[in-house]
Each structure stands twice: as structure tokens, then as C-alpha cells.
Design a protein around this ligand. Structure first.
Ligand code: ADP
Ligand code: MG
Length: 307
């Protein structure tokens, strides 16, 4: 199945700008004449636009920038964004919440997204997960173009491949811990008995088996967030998105929640993308994506080993 677009000159330029490298630096890093890279960036690269002798150099350059077709699907990032723009228009001003974001997240990585308030972290998470629309660019999840899907298909895709953890837990107050955790399964059509068994198993995994029948207001903040984590994981999603998961927790409880996330990432090979202000999270992550004013400042787009 063909899953990635051939990078156009524009993709190359955007990816290079996002990496913040000059043409000269890229030439040096890839061992390719700057003039040739410039020609790639100027062309449409629709197959015939690149002479055969230059194909290999083009592939190397695209690989260096983290885009293109040259990698086998299995090695491609589970999350890939190419030239993504998202702006919010109010009567008076337009805010470029995401400005030509290109990035790649490898399977099994634990990535922290950091940056000052208002720089676009939540927008990044919401667009990468398909909760929010984009104005330009494309996002691929496991090679599938997310924003080219119908709304129904995207919702279904999210339900099966993604889990979400929010700063404010977002638990249903009238439901017990186990009822909160089994809800996604019941919504997805799993039988009552099977859903209950699985929910209890996951609650045990976050060490809350003895609180299964407590309601959220009968649990501490840390316990509530562990219920929310159990709910995010009950479907065994490939990717878990977390927006400031420790933002409402004290430092001891944060540590406990982070240790749990780290364990899950190590043992289940799940990919975690965590927006955070917490330097503790940054220290535990495989990689930090730094943002400012809607742009990625600094993100290694090499793939971490997924073992
Ligand atoms: P962060 O999560 O890093 O604090 P956000 O992604 O929430 O930042 O917001 C990025 C920018 O987009 C901010 O300037 C914010 O004011 C603006 N923004 C976010 N959501 C909306 C919205 N629904 N309408 C208008 N502007 C928004
Ligand atoms: Mg935010």
C-alpha cells in the first residue's frame, strides 16, 4: 500500500526550516553539494523531475529530513506530520497556533512536548490525534493520512488506536472507577461481562483494584489520574496522548503517575506523547519536542529504536 507522498520541493524546504538547518549545513551533513539540494527544493519531484543519478541523493536528503518514501513502512514513524498549519480566526486577529510543523515520532517512543503557555502544545496534540482539523499539510498515523479520512472513520480509528489522558482527569462523576474504565469498551460493543473483567484487570495494573467501586470524588487526585490512565489503556491503544497529565498533581503523586506511564511504555511498547511543563517528565522522555509560537524549535527527527 502506498502510504507516503513523494516529498515535494516545498516539503523539503519546510522540513529543513523546521529542523532549523541551513542549506550549507544540510549539504555538509549529507555529503551532497548544496547546489543539488537547492535543485531538489526547487523542483516538484514528481518522479521524472529527478534524474536517475540524483535519486539516491534525493532519498538520502529526504531521509535526513525525516520525510519521504525511502524507508520501509515498518521503520516509518507511527506519527508523522508534514507541513501542518492550524490557525484560529477571531474577528480581530488570526493566531497561527501551528506554523508548518513537520515531525516524526517512532513506534514505542516516549516523547515530551514542552514550551511556554500558548505556544501550541494542546493544538499539536489535538491535530495529531485528529480531534482538531488542520488548514494545510497532512498527518499520517501508521502511514494512514488522518485528515483525508471521513469523520466517522477517523472517530473509529481514534477509538481503536488511541488513548487520551487529560490534566483534569475527565472522569464521569456518577460512575465508579471500574464503570469509568469499562465505558470505552461498552461503547465499542464489547459484552458486559468481558468489559468488566478487562476493566478490573487494567485497574489492577494501575494498582487500584481495591478502589474499583469508588466514585471519583472518593478518590485522591493521583488515584483519579490512575483511573483515567486505566481508561485510556483499556483498549490497548498503540498511541497514548496526554495533555499535562501531572498538571493537577503534587510532586510525589506526579512521580507515581510518571513511573506508571514509564512502566507501560517499557513493557507494552506503547507510544506516549506527553505535553508537559514538568521537568521530571522531560527527564524521563526519550526525546523532547520544544515548541514556540506554533513552531517546533528543536526535535531530533531520527527514530529512536523501537525495541
Ligand atoms: P498551549 O497548549 O501550548 O498552551 P494552545 O495550543 O492551547 O497552547 O494554543 C495555541 C494558541 O492558539 C494560543 O495563542 C491560543 O490562544 C490559541 N487558541 C487555542 N485554541 C483557540 C480557539 N479555540 N480559538 C482561538 N484561539 C485559540
Ligand atoms: Mg495546553
Amino acid at each position: 500500500m502506498e502510504t507516503t507522498k513523494t516529498p515535494t520541493g516545498r516539503h523539503l524546504v519546510e522540513a529543513r526550516h523546521n529542523r532549523n538547518v541551513s542549506l550549507q549545513q544540510a549539504a555538509k551533513d549529507t555529503g551532497t553539494p548544496a547546489g543539488l539540494l537547492e535543485a531538489f527544493e526547487g523542483s516538484q519531484l514528481n518522479g521524472s523531475a529527478v534524474p536517475a543519478y540524483a535519486q539516491e541523493a534525493l532519498e538520502r536528503y529526504a531521509g535526513y529530513l525525516g520525510i519521504g518514501n525511502e524507508r520501509a513502512p515498518a521503520e516509518r514513524g507511527i506519527v508523522e506530520a508534514v507541513g501542518v498549519r492550524r490557525s484560529y480566526r477571531t474577528e480581530e486577529i488570526t493566531v497561527n497556533a501551528l506554523d508548518r510543523v513537520t515531525l516524526s515520532i517512532g513506534k514505542g517512543e516516549l516523547v515530551a512536548v514542552m514550551g511556554p503557555s500558548g505556544c501550541g502544545k494542546t493544538t499539536l496534540l489535538n491535530t495529531l490525534s485528529g480531534l482538531d482539523s488542520i488548514d494545510e499539510g497532512e498527518i499520517f498515523i501508521a502511514g494512514e493520512p488522518l485528515h483525508a479520512m471521513s469523520d466517522a472513520r477517523r472517530t473509529d480509528y481514534r477509538a481503536h488506536f488511541m488513548g487520551f489522558i487529560f490534566q483534569s482527569f475527565n472522569l464521569m462523576p456518577v460512575l465508579s472507577a471500574v464503570e469509568n474504565v469499562e465505558l470505552p469498551l461498552l461503547v465499542g460493543g464489547t459484552g458486559v461481562k468481558k468489559a468488566r473483567d478487562r476493566a478490573l484487570e487494567v485497574l489492577e495494573g494501575v494498582r487500584l483494584a481495591d478502589r474499583a467501586h469508588h466514585r471519583p470524588n472518593q478518590l485522591s487526585g493521583g488515584q483519579q489520574q490512575r483511573v483515567a490512565i486505566a481508561r485510556a489503556l483499556v483498549n490497548q491503544p498503540a498511541i497514548v496522548w496526554a495533555d499535562e497529565p501531572t498538571g493537577n498533581l503534587d510532586s510525589d503523586t506526579s512521580r507515581e503517575v510518571l513511573d506508571l506511564i514509564l512502566d507501560l511504555n517499557k513493557n507494552n511498547g506503547q507510544t506516549f506523547v506527553i505535553v508537559t511543563h514538568d521537568p521530571g517528565v522531560g527527564a524521563l522522555a526519550n526525546r523532547i519536542i520544544k515548541m514556540r509560537d506554533g513552531k517546533i524549535l528543536d526535535a531530533s527527527i531520527d527514530f529512536a529504536p523501537s525495541s
